[in-house]
Write a protein that binds this ligand. Structure first.
Ligand code: AMP
Ligand code: ZN
Ligand code: ZN
Length: 415
């Protein structure tokens, strides 16, 4: 065979291989923008930047970060995660507590089968709006993602499995990003509960909680390396936040509601830091007289008179009376000990308490780096997600104005 011909063919083949290797993620080829929403359950506002999680600390320093993120009332996991993806207060989206009662549907228990029943979940999660706009979506766990809501589910979702490690979850997210362009999700969630679990069991800065912080931080590092390796860092808007904070508590600090209210007068749909009390028929006035007001270590209101700042009380699923314990205390009944004992860390306290503050940081092509924001309410995250995805926001309780100081003027994302 002709030597020059072989050489030319070799060159052609080599340049084709080089072309293949670089085509999908070549630095010059603009990638469609992706939104990645990461939640670290229970991670208090004072932890990022404190030197305990180097990767999160670096993100915090480089990104647009809030002084803190105000959780919605009540400061529990399911109400707040669903607020983050709908922009609706729990009073409006209907997940008013981790455990609640609906007059028609019955009891909702977030961690049991009823938690996956779409009829409880109101509003429209952002993945539905994204799908309507033709974008693929994926959830590596998120409260609400397992339920069929507003007629659908994310394109990719997984039944919640606490046995899946943070590293495995990150690997799944990266695998989704490796899908062919037409299949690749443009909105992805990643949910990590390991800190919440550890802090409940052993306390906010216990060795176990610190180990969970490290495990999560390593997973964040792997996520960033994975994005960089795929040359996707510049086209990914990455938001890392939490749903609420965490306080150290002593399991012995329990107030008993039946010390002020005979059990014959009422039933309840939830206990703990936030108790929902339902008077038995005909006992409403008696319950109101005995319960409403200040008690040792907690306060009770009728649902119509709850503090206005909590935006809570209109939803029919909220019981007629709501009691909120002071930080560190829990409400229960002598005959109904709470299942999760002993507890050394807890949330669910008033959102104004600094220990209940969540955190927020965002980096990516649509954000100015290194920009500080004052504290804002977590209902504002949804309009931000809609903006970043370039989709119309469904009616919500938040505002995009919060982010005006940190958002770059928008350039269209290539498709
Ligand atoms: P809590 O601390 O009671 O507000 O709830 C947080 C806990 O809920 C986490 O530690 C997880 O174990 C659990 N959890 C989070 N997401 C889900 C889910 N999608 N399905 C079931 N359980 C979940
Ligand atoms: Zn939580
Ligand atoms: Zn928790």
């Amino acid at each position: 065979m002709h030597l020059p011909f072989v050489r030319v063919m070799l060159l052609v083949v080599l340049s084709w291989i080089a072309g293949c290797a670089s085509t999908p993620n070549a630095p010059s080829a603009p990638q469609p923008r992706t939104v990645l929403l990461v939640s670290i359950d229970g991670l208090r506002a004072d932890i990022p930047g404190s030197g305990r999680m180097p990767t999160l600390d670096a993100l915090f320093a480089q990104g647009a970060h809030a002084a803190w993120l105000n959780p919605s009332y009540p400061t529990l996991t399911f109400p707040n995660h669903y607020t983050l993806v709908t922009g609706l207060r729990p009073d409006r989206h209907g997940i008013v507590h981790n455990d609640m009662r609906d007059a028609v549907l019955g009891q909702f228990e977030s961690k049991k089968a009823s938690g996956r029943d779409g009829r409880f979940w109101g509003g429209e999660p952002v993945w539905i709006g994204a799908q309507r706009a033709g974008l693929k979506t994926a959830t590596m766990f998120w409260p609400g993602s397992e339920a069929e809501i507003a007629g659908g589910r994310p394109d990719h979702w997984r039944p919640f499995d606490s046995g899946t490690t943070p590293a495995q979850r990150v690997a799944s997210v990266l695998a989704w990003l490796d899908l062919p362009a037409a299949e690749r999700p443009r909105f992805i969630t990643l949910y990590l509960e390991q800190y919440d679990v550890a802090a409940h069991a052993d306390g906010t800065f216990s060795p176990r909680a610190l180990a969970a912080m490290h495990e999560i931080d390593d997973a964040l590092a792997a996520l960033l390396r994975g994005l960089e390796g795929r040359r996707l860092r510049d086209s990914t808007n990455l938001i890392v936040l939490s749903d609420h904070g965490m306080a150290d508590v002593r399991s012995v600090d329990t107030a008993y509601l039946d010390d002020v209210l005979p059990e014959a007068l009422f039933s309840w749909s939830s206990l703990g830091p936030v108790a929902h009390i339902i008077p038995r028929p005909g006992q409403e006035a008696d319950v109101a007289r005995r319960l409403v007001g200040r008690h040792d270590h907690y306060t009770c209101w009728s649902k119509e008179t709850l503090p206005a700042a909590w935006h809570y009380g209109r939803n029919p699923r909220i019981a007629p009376f709501v009691c909120q314990s002071d930080v560190g205390w829990r409400l229960q009944l002598h005959r109904h000990p709470l299942p999760r004992q002993p507890v050394k860390g807890e949330h669910g306290f008033a959102p104004e308490d600094p220990q209940m503050r969540a955190f927020f940081v965002a980096t990516g092509p649509d954000f100015f780096p290194n920009a500080a924001l004052p504290a804002f309410d977590n209902v504002d995250v949804y309009p931000l997600l809609a903006h970043l995805l370039g989709i119309p926001a469904a009616p919500n309780d938040g505002t995009l104005d919060t982010f005006a100081p940190v958002l770059r003027p928008r350039t269209p994302s290539p498709h």
